[in-house]
Design a protein around this ligand. Structure first.
Ligand SMILES: [Fe+2]
Ligand SMILES: [Fe+2]
Length: 255
């Protein structure tokens, strides 16, 4: 099974509109065209949040235009810039799915909402964590893919780059015997780290790449623009190939 992860598309509602000088619709279009020219073709697109810069319906409709071709399934989770209710309403009845889980290929895929209203950091509610635990029990033995916008182990010390209750999630995931792959966004950079049998992958954004501060660096971590540098010339996505026994191969493609 081949999955392509797109993240942090930061689309705007106006045709030809730009966000921080980037026509994010065009860069996403380029990324999707490149993914659709791969061999083998993707079976699914997983979109890990910050689809819209401002969470308005027109933006989600524009996003939907790019994924009209139903040849691959599309699953989406909200990021801190999204409006979950608006997003779900626009995607209802389209081929873009916003359910909390799916069994895809032989994998249990969990789609977790880590959005906190008007905050950059992430948090998973007790209800979401309980439901994830329940689904893992029901589908025990299957390889697991978890999609959520905020990465549970962030290499960036800034508070806005954290999932606040990552320990609760990791505890649930570490209790499973199956291999677990987490796909996150938010960082606008690629990460590949493993803790026990849990592998965390993040993908570059289709909008802009980000250089994060390191622990101990003399910057104000609460000021995003003082502590982070954005590179508007670098965009990409992640390709994952999963075999039936849960083995995974992955690489980043730059556009
Ligand atoms: Fe983002
Ligand atoms: Fe984000």
């Amino acid at each position: 099974m081949r999955v392509v992860q797109f993240t942090d598309t930061h689309l705007v509602p106006q045709v030809g509109g730009k966000f921080l000088g980037v026509d994010t619709f065009s860069t996403l279009r380029r990324a999707v065209d490149k993914a659709r020219s791969l061999s083998p073709l993707p079976d699914a697109f997983f979109v890990t949040g910050d689809i819209a810069e401002d969470g308005d319906a027109a933006t989600y409709r524009r996003f939907g235009e790019i994924f009209l071709d139903p040849s691959a399934a599309v699953f989406a989770v909200p990021g801190n810039h999204d409006e979950k209710i608006v997003m779900e309403e626009v995607f209802r009845g389209t081929n873009i799915q916003t359910a909390d889980h799916a069994v895809f290929g032989d994998c249990l895929c969990l789609f977790l909402d880590s959005h906190v209203h008007k905050k950059a950091h992430g948090f998973l509610s007790e209800k979401i964590l309980k439901r994830a635990e329940q689904l893992l029990k029901i589908h025990s033995g299957k390889p697991v893919i978890v999609c959520l916008h905020h990465p549970p182990f962030s290499p960036c010390p800034a508070p806005g780059c954290q999932l606040r209750n990552e320990k609760e999630l990791m505890q649930i995931l570490q209790n499973t015997s199956s291999p677990v792959t987490i796909l996150s966004g938010h960082l606008h950079r690629e990460v590949d780290e493993t803790q026990d049998h849990v592998r965390l992958l993040t993908a570059p954004s289709t909008f802009a790449h980000c250089e994060h501060p390191v622990e101990g660096q003399d910057v104000n971590l609460n000021d995003f623009w003082e502590s982070h540098q954005m590179d508007m010339t670098r965009q990409g996505f992640r390709v994952l190939d999963l075999s039936k026994d849960g083995k995974l191969q992955t690489e980043i493609h730059w556009i």
